[in-house]
Structure formats: structure tokens, C-alpha cells
Design a protein around this ligand. Structure first.
Ligand code: UGY
Ligand code: MN
Length: 266
């Protein structure tokens, strides 16, 4: 199937709009190409379109969005939510990001921010181009003897590329400190050379929110393979069988949410 133009050009319905849909929603996974995810607006963001990718109504234990922040748009006043963590990753363009009383800083594409529960922040677009920002909200799960972590403002270029698997052609950038038990989720950039898949089909208790950044491939969800490319989103619930087979001629990369470091709630 031909890749759809996104956002779609105004005027005429593109060929295949009715009969050729890659979107699928199942009990414990969902595959969402961007063209079908409609626009929401949220009171805390001015001049901003939010496309909601994952939410509890889908079965997810978190919420994930793409924000399209127009020039001059963003938070008019600091925003905070008791009990809720926030994560931001700049996809395209540049935003100005303020945490608490600190002087706001510029975040360019690849820049990211983590906010522990209740932290006030402001995200604003002070440039002349629309910025696209991936964002995630998750209720913090406290653990005995642990306090929530500090805020983070950084860039993926400052995060080392590692490969704990030893598998040829794999690369990992753990944007949040790996193995730090104060965190209850990971945000990982997963890099693949063409043709390099996981050593086995994974089936695990952890959930995922996967946003495709670069390259293309085939994604196994449950029993079905889905063709995936940049800007597609996948939600994988617990115990969803999963495998990635990168195709094409360039490296593939996706940003992966994973809930970790906490026992199963009974
Ligand atoms: O770490 C993970 O769970 C990862 N290998 N899963 C995935 O990319 N679908
Ligand atoms: Mn996994």
C-alpha cells in the first residue's frame, strides 16, 4: 500500500481512503496510522492540536499524544497535575520548556523532558514554524522507601548508545536512567539495522506505546503482521506477542514506552 500523505491535502479524498486502512484495534493491541487519528484540543494548551494515540478507553494504563503546537501556542500559564508524571519528546521544530521556577530552555528535535508528579511546567512555541511534540502522561506508582525522581531536561545526543543484548545491528538509548527503581517507566530509542529482528517473539507483562520515528518494517502483533513506517503508532497491552522485522535500506528507530520496576497489582 502506498504511504498516505499526512496531514492530507485539503480538497479531495485520497485514493484508497475507504478500502485500504492499516488501522486495527484488538483487545490487547492497536495499530494506528496517523491519518485516522483525529484532532482534539485541550484547555491547558493554546494554539495546539492534540492527537490522542493511547488512553485508558483503549485499554492502556497511560495516555500518549502528538501535540502540534502552532507559532505562539502552548501553555499560557504553568500547568501541573497532582500524582501524574509527564514526558515530552520533540519530533520536529523547537519549543521553549520551563520547569518550576527555572529559566525556560530551548528544546530542539530529539530534546526531551521528564517531570515527576505535580511538577509545574510550561511548553511554548516561540518560533515561526509549527512544532510537533510526542507527550505521555502516567500516574506515578509509589514504591515503599522510594521518593519520586527529579525532573530531566536533555537531548538524545547526550544519551549513550548501548547494546546489552550483544545482537549484531541493535542499538538502545535509554532516555530515562535505566535500572533506577524510582522510575516506573522507561522511554527507549530502539535502533535496528535492516533485517535485524528480536531473537524471539516477546510475550511479556509490560505494556508499550511505540511511536515510529525512522525507517520501516513489519510488526507482529498477536498473530498478524502489520507494515509500519514513520509516524505510525502501536499500543501493546500486557502479554501481546510481538516481533519487529525491519525492512527497507536504512536504519529503523522507534521510541518505546514501557512500564517497569513495579510489582503486579493484585
Ligand atoms: O524491551 C522491550 O520490551 C522491546 N524489545 N519490545 C519491543 O520493542 N516491542
Ligand atoms: Mn517488548
Amino acid at each position: 500500500m502506498k504511504q498516505r500523505e499526512f496531514p492530507a491535502a485539503a480538497g479531495r479524498v485520497p485514493a484508497g481512503a475507504i478500502g485500504h486502512n492499516r488501522g486495527v484495534v484488538r483487545r490487547n493491541y492497536a495499530f494506528m496510522p496517523p491519518e485516522g487519528v483525529l484532532v482534539s484540543r485541550l484547555p491547558q494548551y493554546e494554539g495546539t492540536i492534540a492527537r490522542v494515540l493511547a488512553a485508558p478507553v483503549l485499554g492502556a494504563g497511560f495516555a500518549q499524544y502528538v501535540l502540534e503546537v502552532a507559532p505562539g501556542g502552548g501553555n499560557a500559564a504553568p500547568f501541573r497535575e497532582a500524582g501524574i508524571q509527564h514526558f515530552f519528546y520533540v519530533l520536529i521544530g523547537e519549543v521553549t520548556f520551563g520547569i518550576g521556577d527555572d529559566a525556560p530552555k530551548r528544546l530542539t528535535a530529539g530534546g526531551f523532558s521528564y517531570l515527576p508528579p505535580g511538577t509545574p511546567f510550561t511548553l511554548r512555541n516561540e518560533t515561526a514554524e509549527t512544532a510537533r511534540v510526542l507527550t505521555l502522561r502516567k500516574r506515578y506508582e509509589p514504591a515503599p522507601g522510594l521518593t519520586p525522581p527529579e525532573p530531566i531536561l536533555s537531548h538524545q545526543d547526550a544519551v549513550p548508545m548501548t547494546n546489552h543484548t550483544g545482537m549484531e545491528g541493535r542499538g538502545f538509548q535509554f532516555l530515562l536512567p535505566y535500572g533506577d527503581m524510582r522510575f516506573d517507566f522507561e522511554m527507549n530509542l530502539m535502533w535496528f539495522k535492516p533485517g535485524v529482528c528480536f531473537p524471539a517473539v516477546e510475550t511479556h507483562v509490560m505494556e508499550h506505546g511505540l511511536y515510529m520515528l525512522e525507517g520501516q518494517g513489519l510488526y507482529l502483533l498477536g498473530q498478524d503482521w502489520h507494515e509500519i513506517w514513520a509516524q505510525d503508532f502501536i499500543w501493546m497491552g500486557g502479554f501481546c506477542p510481538q516481533q519487529f522485522y525491519p525492512t527497507g535500506y536504512s536504519d529503523a528507530c522507534y521510541l518505546l514506552y514501557k512500564n517497569v520496576n513495579r510489582d503486579v497489582a493484585l
